[in-house]
Design a protein around this ligand. Structure first.
Ligand code: FAD
Length: 421
């Protein structure tokens, strides 16, 4: 199948070529969507085509609030149809399968072929099971609306069940694991215990000291059992095999832990569409790109968000050439306008800008109606931080109409803390 008919969301007509092949954006998450929106602002841009299999954008940092019922689905998962209406961005609901960089062609799962003038790779990351047996079959994830549905069903069963001494295990003691543990503990009350399992020596290793402290206090207040230095060997239906921390004289002894469910929140791995020829990537599958966010050795391909590992940024340690730009929405959000500008520069032969990440701070959701935040010399925890976190994310929701509708919902008091049952 050849170039599909792509509707222009501004005119409702098929997109007209303006001399150049389209700019194709693969993936409509934080990086892809905001890059497409920034490109649409540039006068005289080539046609824009977003290829994304889901029918909705997902504002992942607020997924915990969807789980708990503090926010609603339409607030954090607006449909692409309405988000892109009138923006002049064509949307192909499909998955990019394969990219031939020599012929500049994108091949999709439904058999379409798109020839691009510039390509933006924005397919993000998924969770990494580190090869632990049983994770795919038996553990729940926490990245999609379907994951939220499944977890809410588990919570309902635990809340309605007559069994006592039930346990939920969360594997991974980074922000996601800690935020989930706090929300679930508040949702479940005394209906189930929560075990937070982390292989490293401590929780929230990459977080700021204030947030780490607040996270630990929040877990302690909720009676979450913390197991650091504990390695999960396998996940089975109904139990986990693990090696606890603190070795005895005969070395660590594997244990089993009976659980109602396991939520896997440990690690990220990128699985981008197949690129031919295969580009260089780091040990997490992230594609190596230059400080101007172009894929290494490719002048017409840009990488945004979790999928990219920036190399050779000014000040980079030559011993450690891939600097640790965090895999966060904040980074993707900042990269998007730089990529849009650089695509514009590259189309007219101007020099490209280098990306410089500005650390705007860090926010954690810590249970119903509570949060912790730190940044720019400012720290706050508790209900005030919860409200500020919501406001900060409101400013980043895509498009003014959605922002207005969400604020109206808050002002009408429709979205106070509540427990989904
Ligand atoms: C539960 C959770 C909470 C988080 N909280 C925070 C937070 O508080 N603050 C923060 O800064 N960051 C947070 N993050 C991280 C943040 O969401 C990511 O860093 C950010 O979404 C990365 O943007 P991205 O565009 O690279 O990827 P994504 O947003 O994951 O988007 C990737 C998109 O690509 C699409 N896609 C995948 N494969 C293909 C394909 N082959 N073809 C076409 N499309 C494809 C996917 O459907 C998806 O829409 C959180 C993440 C999670 C999971």
């Amino acid at each position: 199948m050849q170039q599909p008919l792509i509707q222009d969301n501004r005119t409702g007509q098929p997109q007209q070529g303006v001399g150049l092949d389209p700019i194709v954006i693969a993936g409509g998450g934080f990086g892809g969507l905001y890059t497409a929106l920034a490109l649409a602002e540039q006068p005289g841009h080539p046609p824009l085509v977003l290829v994304e299999p889901n029918d909705h954008f997902l504002f992942l940092p607020l997924l915990y609030e969807l789980l708990s019922g503090e926010l609603r689905r339409w607030q954090i998962a607006p449909g692409y149809q309405s988000l892109l209406a009138g923006k002049g961005i064509g949307w192909l609901r499909d998955k990019v399968d394969r990219i031939d960089t020599n012929s500049r062609q994108v091949h999709t799962g439904q058999g379409h072929t798109l020839t691009y003038s510039r390509l933006v790779l924005a397919t993000g990351a998924g969770s990494d099971d580190f090869g632990v047996p049983g994770v795919r079959e038996h553990a729940l994830g926490f990245r999609t609306l379907a994951d939220v549905d499944r977890l809410q069903a588990v919570v309902r069963i635990l809340r309605e069940g007559s069994l006592t001494g039930q346990r939920l295990a969360i594997v991974g003691g980074g922000p996601s694991g800690v935020e989930l543990a706090c929300k679930l503990a508040d949702m479940l009350g005394d209906r189930a215990g929560i075990e937070l399992i982390e292989q490293g020596p401590s929780l929230l290793n990459g977080s700021r000291a204030f947030n780490r402290e607040q996270g630990l206090l929040a877990l302690q207040r909720r009676g979450v059992r913390i197991r650091c230095g504990t390695r999960v060997l396998a996940v089975h239906g109904g139990y986990l095999e693990l090696v606890p921390g603190g070795e005895g004289p005969e070395g660590p002894t594997p244990e089993t832990l009976a659980v109602a469910a396991v939520i896997w929140a440990a690690g990220l791995r990128c699985q981008p569409p197949a690129l031919l020829p295969a580009p260089a990537c780091d040990n997490r599958g992230r594609l190596l790109c230059g400080p101007d966010l172009r894929l290494q050795d490719h002048a017409d391909i840009f990488v945004v968000g979790d999928l990219g590992a920036i190399q050779g940024a000014p000040g980079t340690d030559p011993e450690d050439p891939v600097p640790a730009t965090p895999t966060t929405a904040q980074v993707a959000f900042q990269e998007a306008p730089v990529i849009a500008a650089n695509i514009g520069h590259s189309l007219v032969g101007e020099p490209l800008e280098n990306f410089a990440w500005k650390d705007l701070g860090e926010m954690l959701s810590l249970g119903l109606g509570e949060a912790s935040l730190t940044g720019a010399g400012f720290t706050l925890a508790g209900p005030g931080a919860y409200q500020l976190r919501r406001l900060a994310y409101l400013a980043r929701l895509p498009g003014l109409p959605l922002q207005i509708r969400v604020v109206a919902g808050w002002l009408a008091g429709n979205d106070g803390p509540k427990i989904q049952s």
